[in-house]
Each structure stands twice: as structure tokens, then as C-alpha cells.
Write a protein that binds this ligand. Structure first.
Ligand SMILES: *Cc1c(COP(=O)(O)O)cnc(C)c1O
Length: 440
């Protein structure tokens, strides 16, 4: 009888049966955040507010918000976009899954995510230990804003993990770093840091435990899962490799389920809410294509790194996939894709040869401007993880917050060039690079 044919949910999927490439397309499982019985692609939720069919249901919704325990496995009662809505929730489920974390909370940008993770982990007078080389705005957050909250940030060389002991105090609450670091691709040994922190934490009560927060933006979960290596939290700028197309900003914090409620409260009150349309785009285009894009980009990056490395006009090339790179062995240990293959990422950092610092500077300027004017396959622009190859000069662009006299200690070469590989035919990028190198 026709009226007995009701919509039903798909049978649960056995996670172990399919590869992560496929999971990123279909989602971890059938989501209870949306009724999938009509849609193949999730619809965009374009409603800032949600109808509640009784005051009691409204009360229940407010009680369940940021109360993971009370919510249990039930579908959430949506109230208002800033608290939560289906597109963000679906994206968060899938992001937690690919990063091998228990939960994920999305934010309006990578900086929104970084502020939130550090915001829930620190109080005034606490201390953070961080690595010398960091994304420019993270340096700005630490230098310009944290002094107001009396949060001390100790900047050390974490490529030597034992350096932690030089600055560790009872007030240390967080060890924060990027690996590979932006822009010079320095690599920090997540496992070694985790070992040290684990030992220190043995002597500390619960509220004084140190947490490890890793900004995994450069690697993307395709190349590296820091939580598996011992980190407590992973952060991404979804604007970059995960978003993948350069159309939407976003950020995410991934970690243990017990922090979900605090992160949701932080997002509700500080307000860095991911736009629903951006959540939808990242869910629909970004994550499902992550594996295909990264596989291509890694292959390209490897060939380009080898080309540059053997070019007479190039002084140095930092790429985790080059066997001559200082951090090659460490990269091989921790940058691994879902199938166990070495996955050194899509980012390169290199420097031109010069007869003097001034000569190098001038050659770099000429090279970059030639690229900006003439290269079809390289665009002078910040950002990364795009369909188009992007080239930039960190010392004068993304990292201009760093004063010239501090560039060296921050690991930034005044002439260093950052190259973020896109999806073009590799031969075409090589052609444009070769041409630009000829003019200097
Ligand atoms: C871009 C970037 C960020 C900031 O992300 P937004 O989405 O621009 O706020 C943070 N960390 C790294 C490593 C980045 O490259």
C-alpha cells in the first residue's frame, strides 16, 4: 500500500569498509542534522532563526544548547544561527571525522578559531609557549592583544622540543604551534612535544594540565593528523586548503568532546560565526575534493621543488618532500596521507641567490614583479590552498607585522618567496617559473 512507503534513513555505514577519500564525499555517516530523503547535495540553510512549535520546545532548545551531555544523540533543536544550524553542524561532523577528533566547532575565519581555542584554554595571567615562526596575524594577536589580558607568550624554537623546559612555568597552559610553519615550512615534531607535555602533566592537577594546540592549515588533514600524533586540539583556516577554491572564509577547532560546550559558548558570545553559505560551500566543494586536489598538488609541488632545487639562481628551497631538506626525516614520519603514503603538502618556500643582501632583495623584487605581470599560472596574492598557484613575499606581505630586525629570528628570510601550488598543469607552472628566473 502506497501510504506504507515512508521515507527512511540509509543503513549506518561501516567506517572501516571504505576509504577516507570516499568518506569525505559522503560524510561520516547519515547525518541527523538534515533529512536527506530528498536531497543528494545538502540544501543551503538560509534562515537566521528557527520556528519552535511550543514554549516548552524553546525552553528545551535553550537548555540543550552547549550542553552536549543533555543533548545526547538526539537531533538538536535549532534556535538561532549564531547558536547552531544544520550546515555548520554537518560540516563540523565531517571535519572532526577527517581530523580523527571527537568534535569540531566552526568559526568565521582561521583567526576566529585560534582566538576561540586559546580563549577557552587561558585565563588572565596564564602563559602560552609558542614557536618562533607563525602566521603573521597570530603573531599580531600575541603581541598586540594578549598583553592586555596579561597572558604571557614565550616564543622559542620548538624545532628543539626540549627548549620547552627553558620557559615552562606553573602558569603554562598551552603549547601552540604550526607545522609546517607559515611561511618557512619549518617542521615541529608533534610526537616529541606530546611526550614532554605528557610527562609534565603527570605532576599537575586537572585544571593545570597543559594542552597542545596545532595549527594544521598548511598540511590539511590529508597530509597530517596532529591529534593522532598526540596534540589535544587542531585548528584550521578553512579559507585555505580545506575550502580549496578561494571563495569562502572559515575556521575550525577540533578536539575532545568535553570542550565542545565551551567552544560553542565562546562562539555564541564573541560572535565569530561561520556563514551558512560558506559552511555549505566547504561541505559541498571543499572537503569532497580535498583528496583529489592534494594528490595533484603534492605531485606538482614535488616536481617544482626539484626544479628549483637544481636551479643555479636559487639559494635554498624548503619543501618537506625534498630529501635534502633539513626536516625531511621528521616530515616522513608525521606527514602521511590516509593510505599511509608520504604527503609533504602543497607549499614551498625558496630564496633567490644574490651577491649581497641588497642584491638578493632587488632580484626578488624584479622576479616577483615579472611574475605579477607575465606569469599566467602564478598570481601574486596571499592565501594558499587555491585552485590557482599563488606566490607572495612574506617579509613585505603576510608577515609584514614582523619588524625587519626580527625577521631572521622569526625564521623569515628577507628575500624568501612563498609558493602555494594550485591545480594547473605542472609543466605550465614550470614554464612560467623558468621564464621569470631568466630575467634576473
Ligand atoms: C591564513 C592562516 C590563518 C588565518 O586564517 P583566516 O581564515 O585568514 O583567518 C591561520 N593560520 C595559518 C597557518 C594560515 O595560513
Amino acid at each position: 500500500m502506497a501510504n506504507e512507503i515512508t521515507t527512511k534513513k540509509r543503513a549506518p555505514v561501516d567506517d572501516t569498509k571504505y576509504s577516507m577519500d570516499t568518506h569525505m564525499i559522503y560524510g561520516k555517516d547519515v547525518s541527523d542534522k538534515w533529512d536527506y530523503s530528498h536531497h543528494v547535495t545538502a540544501p543551503i540553510s538560509s534562515s537566521t532563526t528557527f520556528r519552535l512549535d511550543s514554549v516548552e520546545r524553546g525552553t528545551q532548545g535553550f537548555m540543550q544548547f552547549a550542553n552536549t551531555e543533555l543533548l545526547g544523540d538526539q537531533a538538536p533543536i535549532f534556535i538561532y544561527d549564531r547558536l547552531g544550524e544544520p550546515n555548520k553542524d554537518m560540516l563540523e561532523e565531517n571535519l572532526a571525522y577527517v581530523e580523527k577528533g571527537e568534535t569540531a566547532v566552526s568559526f568565521a575565519s582561521g583567526m576566529g578559531a585560534i582566538s576561540a581555542a586559546l580563549g577557552i584554554l587561558t585565563n588572565s595571567s596564564d602563559e602560552i609557549i609558542t614557536h618562533t615562526t607563525l602566521y603573521g596575524c597570530t603573531i599580531s594577536l600575541f603581541n598586540n592583544w594578549y598583553p592586555r589580558y596579561k597572558i604571557k607568550v614565550s616564543t622559542i624554537d620548538l624545532s628543539q622540543p626540549k627548549n620547552i623546559f627553558n620557559v615552562l612555568t606553573e602558569k603554562t597552559k598551552v603549547v601552540y604551534f604550526e607545522t609546517p610553519a607559515n611561511p618557512n615550512l619549518e617542521i615541529v615534531d608533534v610526537g616529541a612535544i606530546a611526550e614532554i607535555v605528557k610527562e609534565v602533566n603527570k605532576t599537575r592537577e586537572d585544571q593545570y594540565q597543559i594542552k597542545i594546540v596545532v595549527d594544521n592549515t598548511f598540511a590539511t588533514p590529508f597530509c597530517q593528523r596532529p591529534i593522532e600524533l598526540g596534540a589535544d586540539f587542531v585548528i584550521h583556516s578553512l579559507t585555505k586548503g580545506i575550502g580549496g577554491f578561494g571563495t569562502d572564509m572559515g575556521g575550525v577547532v577540533i578536539g575532545k568532546k568535553k570542550y565542545r560546550d565551551l567552544l560553542l559558548l565562546y562562539r555564541k558570545d564573541f560572535g565569530a560565526v561561520l556563514n551558512t553559505k560558506s559552511a555549505w560551500a566547504i561541505l559541498t566543494y571543499g572537503l569532497p575534493t580535498l583528496a583529489v586536489r592534494l594528490r595533484h598538488q603534492i605531485k606538482s609541488a614535488m616536481r617544482i621543488a626539484e626544479f628549483l632545487n637544481s636551479h643555479p639562481k636559487i639559494e635554498f628551497v624548503n619543501y618537506p618532500g625534498l630529501s635534502s631538506y633539513k626536516y625531511y626525516d621528521l616530515a616522513k614520519k608525521q606527514m602521511i596521507d590516509f593510505n599511509g603514503n608520504f604527503a609533504p603538502g602543497s607549499m614551498l618556500y625558496f630564496g633567490l641567490k644574490g651577491n649581497s643582501p641588497a642584491d638578493t632583495k632587488e632580484k626578488t623584487r624584479m622576479f616577483m614583479n615579472y611574475v605579477a605581470d607575465n606569469a599566467y599560472t602564478m598570481t601574486l596574492a596571499v592565501s594558499l590552498g587555491h585552485t590557482r598557484t599563488l606566490i607572495e613575499h612574506p617579509a613585505s606581505m603576510t608577515h609584514s607585522v614582523v619588524p625587519p630586525e626580527e625577521l631572521a629570528e622569526r625564521g623569515i628570510d628577507p628575500g624568501g618567496v612563498r609558493l602555494a601550488i594550485g591545480l594547473e598543469n605542472t609543466d605550465d607552472i614550470l614554464l612560467d617559473l623558468d621564464e621569470a628566473l631568466r630575467i634576473i
